[in-house]
Design a protein around this ligand. Structure first.
Ligand SMILES: Cc1cc2nc3c(=O)[nH]c(=O)nc-3n(C[C@H](O)[C@H](O)[C@H](O)COP(=O)(O)OP(=O)(O)OC[C@H]3O[C@@H](n4cnc5c(N)ncnc54)[C@H](O)[C@@H]3O)c2cc1C
Length: 467
């Protein structure tokens, strides 16, 4: 175990957990502040989650939506990036413990910003994950890419019509923005991109089913926009099944219970889970130590100024918090991260901190298909091509880094103006890697970034330590 020492002088040490929207924007806001920032992330990248579905469906590469955090902050001299999974936070001792590849590091802090986000929730049915991956990480998106394109490949080889139907049936669970975007893109992939690529099967006959237990599409959006998205999905060949609750998922398919209590099975090789989130387990840890309430989704009840009760030096932002029913969206995390950073700067300068975080709602958007989106900007609502252009501009603006912006725009031109998709490569490792890791057992769970517990550093057959 190593202890990270204070880098310079007596400047306040700010530790940030998470390189997502909350963490990264907080770090950037501290650029000119007289503080030393340590940003700890369990991945080496900042992930632009809203475009994960485009990696899964072959439009963009993973690098385009996940630039290296270290590169983004390379010109910020007061910031240091550390790879590691935070496994413990001690509020009394003011330390954060991170682990990577069996190496444990303890970081001391004067100010702590926790922005560890949320993972997928299967509502107590975690066994569904093996057959219906979620959409939270690059691993998820690449595994899904392999499963989606792989299903068409296997269908081309199959001879039994029922098996071909099963392979060409794609089920997306959850009709929120992620599910709508995913279902729309699989339908376009089948009907446009792959139209001429196979000889034995007709990819355009693929069934894409979007189902949800809720009675409407895009529940957070205005009813008129949900109805517009529903209609457009139908037009591009997506079957929308509402009031349908998933009761089981297995290799063969998915079982759903309809509103009348009747259960039915949908035979489908490829299932995608886009329903439900569970905040990082660090939320529970912070709740236990500070007395802050933690809800069923693992979100911490923070003070109006985003700090923990009795701990003005600990700020929690983004998907991990429960405050005034704020939604789990990027803007809440970005604005929260900046607010927390401003509090840190104020205290460093001996100024009072702002007593309350006010979220400025800039609206919500979701794409349905090529040239079709919905945008809910409070009183202003847009659909169709105008909404899609707005979506395009906003997403280009927020994709971090010039290189990513440029290549992202290029990838979109290929896919939206033509019918191609530049990122169709999928490997066996991407599809089976997660299963293999799970086979390695719980000791590997400690760090998905690649390491076992301290005493269990993996040594492969050639005697090298695995990296
Ligand atoms: C598929 C998908 C589509 C979405 N689409 C939209 C959209 O269109 N518009 C919108 O506004 N929002 C969208 N969202 C929601 C938005 O991405 C989140 O609200 C936002 O990312 C939350 O930011 P955050 O900083 O709280 O968490 P995240 O951005 O998730 O960042 C959390 C960070 O913490 C790291 N981390 C987690 N645990 C640990 C640990 N123990 N130790 C170290 N690091 C850790 C993670 O690796 C990650 O870097 C979408 C989300 C998903 C999954």
């Amino acid at each position: 175990m190593t202890t990270a020492t204070q880098p310079t002088g007596q400047r306040p040490r700010v530790v940030i957990v998470g390189s997502g929207f909350g963490g990264l924007f907080a770090a950037q806001r501290l650029k000119k502040a007289p503080v030393d920032v340590t940003l700890i992330g369990k991945t080496t990248h900042h992930l632009f989650q809203p475009l994960l579905y485009q990696v899964a469906t072959g439009i963009l590469s993973e690098g385009e939506i996940a630039p290296a955090t270290r590169e983004i902050l390379s010109r910020q001299d007061n910031a240091r990036v550390v790879l590691g999974e935070v496994t413990d936070i001690d509020l009394a001792a003011r330390t954060v413990t991170s682990v990577v590849l069996g190496r444990t590091t303890v970081h001391e802090y004067d100010e702590l910003i926790v922005a560890a986000g949320a993972g997928q929730s299967y509502f107590g049915n975690d066994q569904f994950a093996e057959y219906a991956p979620g959409m939270k990480s690059i691993d998820d998106a690449l595994e899904l890419r392999g499963r989606i394109f792989g299903a068409f490949e296997l269908a081309e080889l199959a001879t039994d019509p029922a098996e071909i139907d099963r392979l060409l049936t794609f089920v997306v669970v959850g009709a929120g923005p992620t599910g709508v975007e995913m279902a729309g893109q699989i339908a376009e992939l089948a009907r446009r991109t792959l139209r001429r690529d196979f000889r034995n099967i007709d990819p355009t006959s693929a069934r894409v089913i979007l189902l949800d237990a809720a009675p409407k599409v895009l529940p957070p959006f205005a009813d008129s926009l949900g109805q517009n998205a529903h209609k457009r999905l139908n037009e591009i060949g997506v079957e929308v099944q509402l009031g349908a609750m998933v009761t089981n998922v297995d290799a063969d398919g998915i079982v759903v219970k309809d509103g009348d209590g009747h259960e039915r099975r949908i035979h489908s090789a490829t299932k995608i889970w886009a329903a439900g989130v569970q905040a990082s387990a660090l939320g529970k840890l912070l709740g236990e130590q500070s007395g802050a309430a933690v809800d069923r989704a693992g979100r911490v009840s923070v003070q109006p100024d985003l700090t923990l009760p009795g701990h003005p030096e600990v700020h929690v932002v983004g998907d991990m918090i429960s405050l005034n029913r704020l939604p789990g969206v990027a803007q809440v995390a970005i604005q929260g991260g900046r607010f927390a950073a401003d509090a840190v700067k104020a205290r460093a300068a001996g100024r009072p901190t702002a007593p309350e975080f006010h979220y400025h709602d800039k609206g919500s958007m979701a794409t349905v298909a090529r040239f079709a989106a919905v945008a809910d900007l409070g009183k202003l609502k847009f659909t169709g091509f105008i909404a899609w252009v707005m979506w395009l501009v906003v997403h280009i603006f927020y994709v971090v880094g010039f290189k990513s912006r440029f290549t992202t725009a290029l990838g979109w031109a290929v896919s939206f103006l033509g019918r191609g998709r530049g990122q169709r490569t999928a490997t066996q490792q991407q599809v089976y890697g997660r299963l293999a890791l799970e086979e390695l057992g719980s000791s590997f769970e400690v760090s998905k970034t690649g390491g076992r517990k301290d005493a269990l550093v993996a040594v492969d057959a050639t005697g090298r330590e695995s990296a």
